[in-house]
Design a protein around this ligand. Structure first.
Ligand SMILES: Nc1nc2c(ncn2[C@@H]2O[C@H](COP(=O)(O)OP(=O)(O)O)[C@@H](O)[C@H]2O)c(=O)[nH]1
Ligand SMILES: [Mg+2]
Length: 323
């Protein structure tokens, strides 16, 4: 999704731009009208590109868009601006002809009328232009994820080592992206398997609490994750660093299973380099119960700080899921 070049101006910005260029003296009526037409056209050019992007957009991105925007409002905005562009071309052609056919005294009046009609088309789209402008900024800030490719979603309570894990297994430097409606960031890493690239993301403050404690935005963000070809790796922290006892950490898994039921789930018991044997055993027993029930497909003990440990986990998940 390349949105870097897409820019749409608000109505006020369009007017500002016209004002800046219009005032130069000694211009003919025709060239003044042409200036207006050129500015409104170039300032909204991207609407066509945006329409194309949105038409081909994966449901994952649509679900993220719908966290903040109403889909029918977006469609209405596109229609309004597209219509303004079409009609302003007609007006430009019509009034150019009328100016040519008028005496020099009449032509100023004709220009005023033509200008008024073109600008009122865009004035009517004022809030739509603003919406599209905001939508583009919003889209540009979303993490770039290819929904057609497999993705490993690293979940777990805060501080278990999710971001560390993503960094450890990434072939390149992970991208840090915004996540809609939170001040939190999401780490997007990639691991190259030749045939495909596995995307690995962490989920800050998203899958780390019981569903009942989530707000509507978080629930929608999770619903968006549901659209991905996702595999879940749930990390547990059995060390003293964890603010959450092991039972509570495991209860979160049940919540995840509830909202992302169709995704294969694996459990990683992390920080084995610093956790006590007893706590690791305790975590392992709970994980084994979930495996016996068929909820977890496999269990790993690892230290996410250790690249080899972390990589072995991902490689095994890839082979178990036959990617
Ligand atoms: N000793 C040890 N520390 C770890 C391990 N994994 C993560 N940490 C540390 O735990 C802290 C939290 O890790 P972070 O990846 O930010 O956790 P997140 O909140 O789940 O993303 C950091 O200080 C990490 O260095 C591990 O396997 N062993
Ligand atoms: Mg993190």
């Amino acid at each position: 999704m390349d949105l870097k070049r897409i820019v749409i101006l608000s109505y006020e910005e369009i007017i500002e731009r016209i004002r800046a260029r219009y005032s130069r003296a000694n211009k003919s009526e025709i060239s003044r009208l042409q200036t207006i037409y050129n500015i409104v056209t170039s300032s909204t050019q991207s609407v066509e590109e945006l329409s194309d992007v949105l038409r081909g957009l994966h449901s994952f991105y649509w679900k993220l868009i719908e966290i903040e925007f109403n889909r029918s409002n977006v469609e209405e905005a596109l229609r309004c601006v597209t219509r303004a562009r079409r009609l302003s071309k007609k007006f430009w052609e019509k009034y150019r002809y009328l100016i040519l056919a008028s005496t020099s005294r009449e032509s100023r009046k004709v220009l005023r009328e033509g200008r008024g009609r073109i600008l009122s088309l865009y004035k009517r789209c004022r809030r739509h232009l603003l919406l599209l402008k905001n939508l583009i900024v919003y889209l540009q800030r979303l993490p770039s994820i290819n929904p057609e490719e497999p993705i490993l979603i690293v979940a777990g309570p805060p501080n278990v080592g999710k971001s560390t894990f993503v960094r450890s297994i990434s072939t390149g430097k992970p991208e840090i992206a915004n996540y809609p409606f939170t001040t939190k960031h999401i780490t997007v890493g990639h691991r190259d398997y030749g045939r495909f690239k596995l995307q690995v993301i962490d989920t800050p403050g998203l899958l780390d609490r019981p569903v009942e404690e989530m707000n509507i935005i978080e629930r929608r963000a999770i619903a968006a994750l549901g659209e991905l070809k996702g595999i879940i790796l749930f990390l547990i922290d059995p060390s003293d660093q964890s603010h959450m006892d092991i039972n509570r950490q495991f209860r979160i898994i049940e919540n995840i299973v509830e909202v992302l039921a169709d995704k294969p789930l694996f459990i990683g018991i992390n920080k084995v380099d610093i956790a006590s044997k007893e706590r690791i055993e305790e975590a392992l027993m709970k994980a084994e119960e979930l495996k016996a029930k068929g909820i977890a497909l496999n269990i790993y003990k690892l230290s996410a700080l250790n690249r080899e440990d972390a990589s072995n986990v991902v490689d095994d998940i890839v082979s178990k899921c036959k990617l």
